[in-house]
Design a protein around this ligand. Structure first.
Ligand SMILES: C[S@@+](CC[C@H](N)C(=O)[O-])C[C@H]1O[C@@H](n2cnc3c(N)ncnc32)[C@H](O)[C@@H]1O
Length: 373
């Protein structure tokens, strides 16, 4: 089921997928992957890696003025999802008035350098972007230079064999404090990877694709080609994020907000349990990052007593007009405070319903023109 209506409210792709016809008219390279079908519509094959690659490059060009190399055989980032992640971080920064001189670390930036490029272009953030893979470092550097973002993004080659993830870069910048870190870790353990990915002979022996021939798995709705380093790490993403947690225990407030994307629901529980063990020393939260048919999560934590990880945003619900009096009674029963935002919008705030130690509670409702919207 599509998760598009669950995207971040400020994501321009929410409820407004790219107009493929307009893109095909404007960008000849993109047009090559589009077929006109009956009634003037366009068909686009998401199962073709080159097509997905070109879609990402075209969206980055059109919507972010970014000219990005995405080499074959490496992961193709999905732009709306990457923007969702940046927007969630921006929510936390705004809530804590940390929007000036923002410097982030993008752990495992990949060939695309996508988080740092979007973060620098859209939010004016500065970055140290790391990777343990030589090719990723080289292409990421090229992507930064060709977009004239050398003044905002510095690429840093780390040794992937060492068990720490952040210490290399932090040791080399001994007195520097970072606003946040972000990461899309390699998801899989070896047996998972072998189950879901196979060598892709059309590219090279070093490339894996999700076009696995299997009676059990249905064919993927979208192609994913990737290198071993992008897919696999010993212990999977739980082990990788645990290494970031280990580093954070040492670094504490040298990074104000630690964040990472989580790709598998089963990883959330062990990581939350680990963070819970620190008691009041750490605040943490989990927020969904939905896009298309893909569900992901952001896990964020901080050692700072003065920061809060609550993201306040109106919860949008559909409600028929007759439901309004009931809602008004409910707001009053819960000691809610109603405030008019625009002639047709009201915000209801509930001071006594908060996120109890990282558990998100619905805090505010937006009433628009007679309906919950
Ligand atoms: C899933 S890919 C993410 C790429 C890109 N950030 C994205 O979101 O599309 C994971 C990346 O982490 C890198 N990596 C693996 N171990 C690492 C380590 N110890 N330190 C930094 N990067 C690492 C891999 O080389 C790979 O580029």
């Amino acid at each position: 089921m599509s998760q598009n209506n669950e995207m971040h409210p400020r994501n321009p792709y929410k409820n407004k997928p790219p107009d493929f016809k307009a893109l095909a008219l404007e960008y000849p390279d993109f047009r090559k992957f589009c077929n006109y079908v009956n009634n003037g519509k366009i068909s686009f094959d998401f199962r073709e890696d080159a097509a997905v690659r070109c879609l990402t490059q075209t969206l980055l060009k059109k919507d972010f003025s970014l000219d990005v190399i995405l080499p074959t055989g490496h992961l193709v980032p999905r732009v709306p999802q990457k923007l969702n992640y940046c927007l969630l971080i921006d929510d936390i920064l705004r809530a804590n008035e940390l929007t000036k001189n923002v410097v982030g670390i993008d752990i495992g930036t990949g060939t695309s350098c996508i988080h740092a490029l979007i973060g620098a272009r859209r939010f004016d953030w500065k970055f140290v972007a790391t990777d343990g893979d030589e090719k990723a470092v080289q292409v990421a550097h090229e992507n930064v230079t060709r977009n004239k973002l050398d003044g905002s993004i510095c690429i840093f080659h780390v040794n992937p064999a060492v068990k720490t993830v952040l210490m290399d870069v932090m040791n080399s910048m001994s007195d520097r404090v970072f606003t946040f870190c972000m990461c899309n870790p390699p998801f899989f353990e070896k047996f998972d990877k072998d189950d879901r990915f196979c060598q892709e002979p059309s590219v090279s022996g070093e490339t894996y694709s999700n076009r696995v021939d299997s009676d059990i798995r249905t064919s993927p709705h979208s192609a994913t080609f990737a290198s071993m380093a992008e897919l696999y790490v010993e212990g999977g993403e739980v082990a990788f994020v645990n290494r970031i947690i280990d580093d954070s225990v040492f670094l504490r407030e040298r990074v104000k907000i630690y964040t990472t994307m989580i790709g598998r629901k089963s990883s959330l529980r062990p990581l939350q349990q680990r963070l819970q063990r620190f008691g009041d020393d750490i605040k943490f939260m989990v927020s969904p990052l939905n896009q298309g048919k893909t569900k992901r999560w952001m896990l964020a934590w901080t050692f700072s007593k003065s920061l809060n990880l609550t993201i306040e945003r109106p919860v949008l619900l559909n409600c028929s007009k007759p439901g309004l009096p009931k809602i008004m009674r409910e707001i009053s029963r819960l000691n809610g405070r109603l405030r008019q935002e625009t002639p047709t919008e009201f915000i209801a705030e509930f001071k006594n319903i908060t996120w109890t130690n990282q558990r998100a509670r619905k805090k505010a409702y937006c009433l628009s023109d007679g309906e919950f919207c």
